[in-house]
Ligand binder design. Sequence first.
Ligand code: ZN
Length: 472
Amino acid sequence: MAGKFEVPDGWVLQAYQYAIDPTQAQAAAMESHAGGARFAYNTMLRAVKANLDQREAERSYGITKADLTPTLPWSFQSLRNDFNKRKHRVAVREDGTPWWGENSKEAYANAVKNLSVALKNWEDSRRGARSGPRMGFPSFKSKRSTRSFAFTTGGIRVEADRHHVSLPRIGTVRVHESTRKLARRLEQGTARILRATVRFERGGWRVSFTVVVKRGVGRRAHTKRLAPVVGVDLGVKDLIVAATPEGQEVLRVRAPKELQRASRKVRALQRKAARQQGRWDAVAKAEQEPSNGWLRTQQSIAKQHVRVANLRRDRLHKLTTLLAQGFDVIGTETLAVKNMMASGGARKRGLNRAIADAGLGAFLRQIDYKTSWYGSVRVRADRWYPSSKTCSGCGSVKAKLSLSERRYVCDCGLVIDRDLNAAINLARYARSEQSACFANGGADRKTTAPAALVAVKPESSNGSASPQGEAA
Ligand SMILES: [Zn+2]
C-alpha cells in the first residue's frame, strides 16, 4: 500500500459503476461503514485542526519556532496510525463498549486517506504549488454529506453469475444490471480491481470499481474509417457537429431528447407531490408525517433521475466510441465547462443547463481516453482559439458572435450553420497541428496548441471550394 500505484504501460484506469440492491441487513452494514468512515475523517480532521490552532496560539505568544508543539503529520500512514491509537478511546459507546470493530478497518483507512489528500491539496494550493481553483481547508462531514466508504483490499469480487458482487464485511450483494463486461475482463486477466467505493446516491446504493484495464490497440481494423481528420464542435443547441477540413458535415447529433421528455415527467411528478401531504405543513408552519402517496411519488422522481442518467451515459459512450474509432485525428475545442457554469445571469442559466444536461465534460474525458485505446489522436484547440468566430470561407475573425446567432453570416458572402462553421475550423486546426507535429519527428502526438496561436488562417489559398456548397 505504500507509495503511489503506477498504471503499467498499455493499461488504463477505468471505473465500472453499478446500482446495487442490498438486503436490509446489508444496507444497515453499509450505513454503519459510511458512518464509521465519516467518524474517522472528522476525528482526524479535528486533531489536525486542534494542532494547527495550538501552534498558531503559541506563535502569537512569541514562542520560538523550536519550542512550538510539533506539527501533527498528515501523511496517510501517520493519520492511519494515529487513528488506530485513538479509536480505542473515541470509537466507543456511552457505556464504554467499543463499536469500531463492527466495520472493516478499510473504511477507516480510506477515509483518513481522503483526508490526507484533501489536506495536501489545501497546503499545495496555499503555497501556490497547485494549479486550478484555490482549495479551502477541508470541512467536517455532516450527517447530510454523501454517505460513502471504500475498500482497497480484502475480498472484493465480481461473482461468476454476473449479477452479484462481494465486498468485505458486507457480503454478496445483488447488482441491478449485468456485470458481464467487467467479469469477462477479470476472468481473462486483462483487468484488476484496485478499489471499490460504495456510495448512497440519487436514492440508492451504488458500488464503483476502480479498475486497471489492459487495452488492445489495433481493433480499429474492424471498424469502418469515416474520414482521416475531423473537427468536432460541442454546440449548445446541437450536442455535436463533426466536419472534415474540406467542409463536409459527417455527423450531427442532437441534444438528448429523452432528457426533455424525462424532465417534463419529473416536473409533472413534482406537481403531483405538491398536491400530496409532504414533510412540511405550510399552514401550520411545522414538520409533519408525509403520506404514503407522497413517499411513493418521491421514489418515482428518484427513479426517473436514474433512468435519465443511464440513458445519457449510454448515448455518450456510443458517440465517443464512434468518433474515436471512425477518425484518425479529432480536433476539439477545450471547453472551460467549469468557468461557463460558474457565473450566473438569466441567459447563462439556460446555457449552463444545456451544458450540464449534455454532459460535455464527460464527453471530452471519454474522447481523451478512447482515442488512446483506438490509436487515434485528439488535438485540442487552445482555449482562446476562435473556432466559432472565424469564417471558414475567408478566414476573417468576427469581434463578436452572440449565442443566439445560429447562422454564421460573413461579409465574404458565406452563410453557414454556426456549429458546422466551428467544426470545419477545428478540423483544419487539427490537420495543421498534426502535420506540424509529424514534421517535428512525431514527438508528443497529443499536442495542445501553442499559446501564441490565436487566429490560425484556414487554408483558403489553395482554391478549396466554399463549404457552403458541400454541406448538403
Ligand atoms: Zn468570410
